[in-house]
Design a protein around this ligand. Structure first.
Ligand SMILES: [Ca+2]
Length: 198
């Protein structure tokens, strides 16, 4: 009897867990910022990062200004403990809110275990301020796995160990100051991208 009750409790818990799993089965949540503490995120001097109400709050100061990191200011996540394969799940979805007087750009580069970075054909998205959460999708097709700086090379899509985000990268003439909130970062397949967000 006890065992039956325990199994029932377990089944209900499992069902509840599955029901709350709103993503498609193949999606991989990289971070949702719900657990206390920020794990494996790092930043350059143009940013401060903190955890606020289940999101990563990135306070941006003059990103793109050439006097800081040559105008390519990054923050990112270290995935080295479990490198990711991008052969099937080749899209990164970022759920975000931009608080700022105007829009800017968000770029995502991937770094492999040999420190090669997808910077030859970088994936850059325009982002606009909003009161509601929005989603932006970074798609890494095969042509994106190339490095041009500091030397030319290939990036291994099977062994990605780091995400590097850039706000307003290289826009030297107009540095960006504002706040970016990131609610969730998800690795997913290209079929999951809504038609209007491709
Ligand atoms: Ca969250």
């Amino acid at each position: 009897m006890k065992k039956t009750v325990r199994n029932l409790v377990y089944s209900v818990a499992l069902f509840a867990g599955l029901s709350s799993f709103a993503q498609s089965a193949s999606d991989k949540v990289i971070d949702d910022f719900e657990k206390p503490g920020i794990w494996s995120w790092w930043k350059s001097p143009a940013y401060t990062v903190e955890q606020v109400e289940g999101a990563l709050k990135v306070t941006i100061t003059k990103a793109g200004d050439k006097t800081v990191d040559n105008g390519y200011n990054t923050f990112g996540r270290d995935l080295a403990a479990e490198p990711l394969s991008f052969s099937k799940l080749n899209v990164v979805k970022v759920r975000f809110k931009l608080e700022g007087p105007e829009g800017t750009t968000l770029r995502l580069d991937l770094k492999d275990i040999d420190d090669n970075v997808t910077n030859a054909n970088s994936v850059v998205k325009k982002i606009a301020p909003s009161k509601e959460w929005q989603e932006v999708y970074f798609t890494f097709t095969a042509d994106k796995f190339k490095q041009s700086w500091p030397t030319a090379g290939n990036v291994d899509p099977e062994e990605i160990k780091e995400f590097l985000f850039f706000v307003n990268a290289g826009n030297f003439a107009k540095p960006y100051t504002g706040t970016l909130l990131i609610d969730e970062v998800v690795q997913m397949s290209a079929d999951g991208i809504p038609a209007d967000k491709k």
